[in-house]
Design a protein around this ligand. Structure first.
Ligand SMILES: Cc1ncc(COP(=O)(O)O)c(C=O)c1O
Length: 384
């Protein structure tokens, strides 16, 4: 008798396999990179956007088992979802405190990242109403000009620490603008602004580094590192060998195979025309699953080690590929082709779609049949 998982896999147009062991190994590698500076540095995990597409409710608890103690998400609803599976750990909400959500934060034991004085005042008022100190993160904007206390608000805090009365400071944090460009002078400028602030405001741990920031060296590590992308295998060192383990494999199913004569077109708009008699396979994913339309005539999938070019426009639920060079035995309806995996990483696919690995990962389709494995929790990650 087949299991429900087997049945679901059989029904699926595409199967996404997520390697929790590899994600855990990547976290250990980053944590150890922090320890290399000789000071105790903690390593959090950023789980926003459904853990970059890999599944927050599964990845969060797995990383907690690994020893991760602090978690960041963007939205309060993400935090509430994570709280259901992580009842004890601090969960920080990066997008801040929206008006009227104070009691949601308190009810679920969540910590807002306070991004300006207005949010700080609202959170202090909540502390008074609930008659107890509430945890808070202060986010200093050191150059992004996006979220966080700007220079004037920050100076107001330094001048008058009493503005924090009633709150328990969990963290001071800032976020780097261009950490993946080690030579960019903005890194050093942000570092020095953050250092001055932390020096003027002692009494709470500090956090600056995202994934690439960790690789800028120990000066950037402070007390807590906040990697997201690198946990999931995105290269934190663009242009260099990726020190992280890959974490996702995506396979799509061949739905139909046909022969197309020379000069016939394939797909919407006739965007691809056969130069020779061609075997065309249609596979079961499309732009509704995060396989971007920008990949028209511009990517490759792999079948039994053999590349098969993507031809024609990407449809909502379908992609067409040229399997003329692939053995017929390996390219029959029902067979699976590799869309992401050993031959093509999310970063590689991103290059072809003219985007970055973050966008590929966070767009990973909700319709994929998902399989979690513990494949690569080996020592390889320790090298990260
Ligand atoms: C404030 C903040 N910290 C940390 C991260 C994690 O960054 P990365 O995914 O580059 O490691 C992000 C993600 O964009 C972020 O917005």
């Amino acid at each position: 008798m087949s299991s429900p998982a087997d049945d679901a896999a059989r029904r699926a147009g595409a199967i996404l396999t997520i390697d929790l062991g590899a994600i855990a190994a990547n976290w250990r590698g980053l944590r150890d990179a922090g320890r290399a500076g000789g000071r105790p540095v903690d390593c959090a995990a950023v789980l926003k956007a459904d853990a970059y597409g890999t599944g927050l409710a599964v990845v969060g608890p797995r990383l907690a088992v690994e020893g991760c103690r602090q978690f960041f998400v963007a939205h309060i609803d993400e935090a509430i979802e994570l709280r259901r599976v992580l009842p004890e750990h601090p969960i920080y909400v990066l997008n801040g405190l929206l008006a009227g959500t104070e009691s949601d934060f308190v009810e679920h034991g969540l910590t807002p990242v306070l991004n300006h004085l207005g949010q700080l005042n609202a959170w202090r008022a909540a502390a008074q109403r609930f008659n107890r100190p509430l945890d808070a993160v202060i986010h200093l904007d050191t150059g992004m000009n996006r979220l966080g206390f700007g220079p004037e608000d920050a100076q107001a805090l330094v001048n008058e620490r009493g503005r924090l009365r009633g709150l328990r400071l969990a963290l001071f944090m800032s976020h780097l603008v261009a950490s993946e460009e080690p030579a960019n002078p903005i890194n050093g400028e942000q570092l020095s602004r953050f250092r001055s602030f932390v020096k003027a405001m002692p009494g709470a741990p500090a956090s600056l580094a995202n994934s690439s920031g960790i690789f800028l060296g120990p000066d950037y590590h402070f007390d807590l590192m906040r990697p997201g992308a690198a946990l999931y295998g995105i290269n934190p060192l663009p242009g260099q060998a990726n020190p992280m383990l890959p974490t996702v494999t995506l396979q799509a199913r061949i739905l139909q195979v046909r022969r197309v004569d020379a000069l016939q077109t394939v797909g919407y708009g006739g965007a691809w025309r056969a130069a020779r008699p061609t075997r065309v396979a249609t596979i079961g994913l499309g732009y509704a699953d995060g396989y971007f339309r920008a990949l028209v005539n511009h990517s490759t999938v792999y079948i039994a080690e053999q590349p098969a070019p993507v031809i024609g426009r990407i449809s909502m639920d379908l992609v067409t590929i040229d399997v003329t060079e692939v053995a017929e035995a390996h390219s029959q309806p029902g067979d699976l082709v590799e869309v992401l995996g050993a031959h093509l990483s999310p970063d590689d696919l991103a290059d072809r779609a003219r985007t970055n690995g973050y966008e590929i990962m966070t767009a990973l389709g909700r319709r994929y049949h998902r399989v979690y494995v513990e494949g690569r929790g080996d020592a390889a990650g320790e090298e990260a």
